[in-house]
Write a protein that binds this ligand. Structure first.
Ligand SMILES: [Zn+2]
Ligand SMILES: [Zn+2]
Length: 264
């Protein structure tokens, strides 16, 4: 169930390839451009008004708060140095991932943004969120991916929600960074039965077998950047990366908007 459905649902984030020729669209676009140049922009995280010329939608204070890449994070998994417990590099499952980076800690306004994108259909958040992710990726030294893709939603949830927030982020990230994106690379199979009552290990075992690459030609010999909204234990992205590498991907990196951390 759910295979072949567009993971980005009804494609509310139409950043490229708009149907040309409608006068209404042209007028709206012109008005939006005028508004963008005259109205103050607001920090994505705290809402402070900022200069219209800022490259990313973050005020200086929130930029310092963000887990922007630098010497203060684990070079591989991106865990901040002031939260060493968060490093997941020791987990054997994570060996399938070459490098991971996240924009924010999973707390405060960034957490609210993810929840609003995921549950409240605030699709307009995808682009500003992806703008920050693009800045984080550019600063990470992670290089140029051949292909951007996203963690597919569990089919049952995707059918109920009608879209996949990770695919929205991947599409917006691709439009901003100009890396090609394909949200149909991975297929996710839901657990065959309810996992209620099963232990953590058993649930994990069921989840581990649930990702497949649709067509090996899409990934063979290529560098893949896998996008998701939140990194928690790393189990899901590790499983995706295992499927991608089994299908011949040369490298798999992970980029998420938020990451759970244990800050002191
Ligand atoms: Zn701010
Ligand atoms: Zn690490």
């Amino acid at each position: 169930m759910g295979f072949g459905l567009r993971q980005d649902g009804i494609q509310p984030v139409r950043l490229k390839g708009r149907p040309a020729g409608t006068i209404l669209f042209a007028i709206r676009h012109l008005l939006q451009c005028l508004a963008d140049s005259f109205l103050p922009r607001h920090c994505l995280s705290c809402g402070t008004a900022m200069s219209a010329t800022s490259a990313i939608d973050l005020c200086p204070a929130c930029t310092r708060e963000a887990l922007l890449c630098g010497p203060d994070v684990c070079s591989r998994c991106g865990a901040p140095s002031d939260s060493p417990d968060t490093c997941i590099c020791h987990d054997p499952a994570f060996e399938t991932v070459d490098m991971a980076r996240s924009a924010f800690a999973w707390t405060g306004p960034p957490r609210s943004m993810v929840l609003a994108l995921k549950y409240s259909r605030k699709w307009e958040l995808a682009r500003p969120m992806a703008t920050v992710m693009a800045a984080v990726w550019a600063a990470s030294g992670g290089g140029l991916p051949d292909l951007v893709t996203s963690v597919p939603a569990i089919p049952r949830r995707f059918l109920a929600r009608g879209y996949n927030q990770a695919a929205l982020l991947a599409s917006a990230f691709s439009a901003i960074s100009d890396f090609p994106a394909d949200n149909f690379v991975l297929i996710r199979q839901g657990p065959p039965q309810s996992t209620r009552g099963l232990g953590a290990n058993e649930r994990r075992r069921l989840a581990a077998g649930s990702f497949h690459v649709r067509n090996g030609r899409d990934v063979r010999g290529r560098r893949i950047l896998l996008v998701d909204d939140v990194l928690t234990t790393g189990a899901t992205v590790s499983d995706c990366a295992r499927a991608l590498k089994s299908a011949g991907a040369r490298r798999v990196d992970v980029l998420t908007f938020a990451r759970s951390v244990h800050l002191p």
